[in-house]
Design a protein around this ligand. Structure first.
Ligand code: ZN
Length: 300
């Protein structure tokens, strides 16, 4: 491993172009194969990113226009910056700052969750609207819908922020809304878009939003219905469990014999009348008692 560090350092310091490129190819294959599985990954990923960066900047300083070698290095650097979570973002960002490596800056800001800065670079520095949309998609991978919507809304705000005077930005905003209707909260969008925009301009977006809204309403109604049915089941269970509470105290008297209750066992009729168990048994023998019981229960 120490040999690897020495090798990386040699490559960074080396000024001989052909040696450097050769060495770098060797170094990256070693780093990628060996360091992904080790705990010291951060050091090597940072080294490799710095290595790409130095080589790119050096080539850019001696040649105008992009040679294939630089393009290849750039795509390797981007891939590393996007896919790896093991390098020191602030360290690389310090090196990128002040250069014209806008895409790389955007990726790094994205890693720091500073999405507004990243989108600003993609939209205003690079004017690469497709890359900005892609940015929203890959930065919200494995995140919830709210996170994705926040990113897309942020991009829309970046398009429309400076008063939306730039025609290209306005068109980018319209395309974004019409192509990604599902990624937006329509109510928030309508607050943001200029009043001068016609309904026709946004008709695909609005149609999508209305469809989504109706779907949500129906799903909510279905959920509400199910919840109400469930609630009813629990209410029935509750009634069954509790019934009406019956309080028996020594002040209450039997409606048949008018004597107080001396034991906790009693009989209760559906009309609420309470009697001794033995009185109820006697009463069953004499059906005339039923009339007597209901009149006496009315009196109490
Ligand atoms: Zn009695």
């Amino acid at each position: 491993m120490t040999a690897l560090v020495r090798m990386l350092q040699t490559v960074v310091k080396s000024s001989a172009c052909f040696d450097e490129y050769e060495l770098m190819n060797n170094a990256e294959s070693i780093v990628l194969s060996e360091c992904l599985s080790t705990s010291g990954g951060e050091k090597y990923h940072t080294h490799l990113a710095a290595l790409y960066l130095e080589a790119i900047l050096q080539r850019k300083s001696v040649t105008t226009g992009n040679c294939t070698e630089t393009t290849e290095l750039l795509s390797k650097l981007r891939s590393l910056l996007q896919k790896s979570d093991l390098y020191r973002v602030h360290f690389i960002l310090d090196k990128v700052r002040g250069t014209d490596l806008h895409m790389e800056s955007a990726i790094l800001y994205g890693k720091l969750e500073e999405h507004e800065k990243a989108l600003h670079i993609l939209v205003h520095e690079l004017k690469d609207f497709h890359a900005a949309e892609e940015y929203c998609i890959w930065n919200s991978e494995n995140r919830d819908l709210q996170y994705r919507r926040r990113l897309f809304h942020m991009l829309l705000s970046v398009y429309l922020n400076p008063g939306a005077s730039d025609y290209a930005l306005v068109m980018a905003a319209v395309d974004l809304l019409n192509n990604h209707a599902a990624e937006f909260d329509a109510a928030l969008v309508l607050q943001l878009v200029p009043d001068s925009w016609s309904v026709q301009l946004l008709s695909p977006f609005l149609a999508g939003a209305v469809r989504q809204s109706i779907h949500t309403k129906r799903m909510t109604q279905a959920a509400l219905g199910l919840a109400q049915a469930e609630n009813l089941i629990y209410k029935y269970e509750k009634v069954k469990q509790k019934g009406t509470p019956i309080l028996l105290s020594d002040k209450k008297v039997c409606q048949v014999c008018q004597n107080p209750f001396c034991e906790p066992v009693f009989v209760r009729y559906p009309n609420g009348g309470m009697v001794h168990t033995h009185c109820a048994a006697n009463r069953r023998l004499n059906s005339n008692m039923a009339h007597h019981s209901s009149t006496s229960s009315n009196q109490t």
